[in-house]
Design a protein around this ligand. Structure first.
Ligand SMILES: *Cc1c(COP(=O)(O)O)cnc(C)c1O
Length: 364
């Protein structure tokens, strides 16, 4: 069988290891496993959302309202944009896929930073596009504009805050990149962790409204991170209506589930839950910064719900991740990104204490 040529050099996405794997492999009780690998919200989801899902469980046999009207209405109000400028995806991942399929043809170029969200490359390669990366993992305006001039990419990806590094790009710099490219290039601004960055420092806050005036820019957001709904697979794209109409041509019917829709509508109404989640996060992340300093390694200042530890040569990120894994502490090794580093989702106070205890015991 001859597969599409484009698939030849696609590496399969490596997801954070699941709790079930630790239970199966090491016989550790699921309740004792600490999963700090996929940037899920350690508070879980809002109790109001959990109740809405339970109350609507009997409606699982029904397809959802395919217009997603109520959810788009909630998002339209929150971001002061029109409903026609919103598209809902099964995670913002699916919107990334729509974008890729709507724009790319074989041998187009796409531009992204040296280390960033792995799915940009995978969706682009599926369409046969070439990947161009800037020299730095940070989104530096001069590097982006220089690479832009040389390679004329069809899509430029700006991940702010950036995953898996945790750094962010200021609104000013994002606008400078957007203003430096012409209208033939789509700029994707992926704000999966925007709630955390905006709470930390206003100069990193980017809203869909800042971008909607540009005909060639789309903002992506998700319910998977600050809203605690990773398992419900719901995200969105916000852009001018012409672009959204084209993306709709890529969309399968009923692309999120009836219960995902219920959950997202309820979550969008519960801003207090997001604020509490961010407050917990801000309290706990300082412990990770102090721990790095005490143990003599660097970290990247984080604008997200995770922290990236950068190890010196005498510490190996793969060995460290494996040793923690055997103890039931799951973190994300960044060796596959070419970094001797690990990414750790900030957990609850108890989970974090467990991480420090196990790390101290098996690594230092
Ligand atoms: C988690 C994440 C997403 C999308 O997650 P979904 O669960 O598909 O909404 C998109 N971009 C980045 C950078 C992420 O970390």
């Amino acid at each position: 069988m001859k597969f599409n040529e484009a698939l030849r050099d696609i590496k399969i996405y490596e997801a954070g290891k699941p709790i079930e794997l630790v239970v199966r492999e090491f016989g550790i009780d699921a309740a004792d496993v600490v999963k700090l690998a996929s940037n899920e919200n350690p508070k879980g989801c809002s109790p109001k959302v959990a109740k809405a899902i339970a109350d609507n469980a009997h409606r699982a046999f029904l397809y959802p309202d395919d217009s997603f009207y109520e959810l788009k209405d909630a998002l339209a109000q929150r971001f002061s944009v029109s409903e026609e400028s919103i598209i809902i995806g099964a995670g913002s991942d699916q919107v990334l896929e729509f974008v890729s399929r709507a724009l790319l043809t074989p041998n187009d170029n796409v531009l992204m930073s040296k280390v960033t969200f792995a799915m940009y490359e995978i969706y682009a390669k599926q369409m046969g596009a070439n990947i161009v990366r800037t020299p730095s993992y940070e989104h530096k305006v001069d590097e982006f504009l220089e690479a832009y001039k040389e390679h004329k990419p069809k899509i430029v990806y700006i991940c702010t805050p950036n995953n898996p590094t945790g750094d962010a790009t200021s609104r000013e710099d994002v606008l400078a990149i957007i203003n430096g490219v012409d209208k033939e290039t789509l700029v994707v601004v992926d704000g999966a962790y925007m709630e955390y960055a905006a709470a930390k420092d206003e100069k990193y806050r980017i809203t869909p409204n800042d971008l909607i005036g540009f005909e060639n820019v789309i903002y992506l957001g998700t319910f998977s991170k600050a809203y605690g709904l990773g398992g419900m697979r719901t995200g969105y794209g916000i852009a001018n209506t012409t672009l959204i109409k084209e993306l709709y041509k890529m969309r399968p019917p009923f692309n999120i589930t009836t219960l995902s829709l219920v959950a997202a509508i309820e979550a969008a109404k519960d801003e207090a839950f997001v604020e509490e989640s961010i407050a917990l996060h801000q309290e706990e992340i300082g412990r990770y910064e102090a721990f790095a300093k005490e143990n003599g390694f660097e970290y990247i200042d984080s604008y997200t719900n995770f922290i990236t530890y950068l190890f010196p040569d005498d510490m190996d990120s793969t060995k460290i991740s494996d040793a923690l894994f055997k103890e039931g502490v799951i973190i994300r090794n960044l060796a596959s990104y070419g970094m001797n580093a690990v990414r750790i989702t900030i957990g609850t106070a108890k989970q974090n204490s467990r991480f420090f205890e196990v790390f101290t015991r098996v690594v230092t």
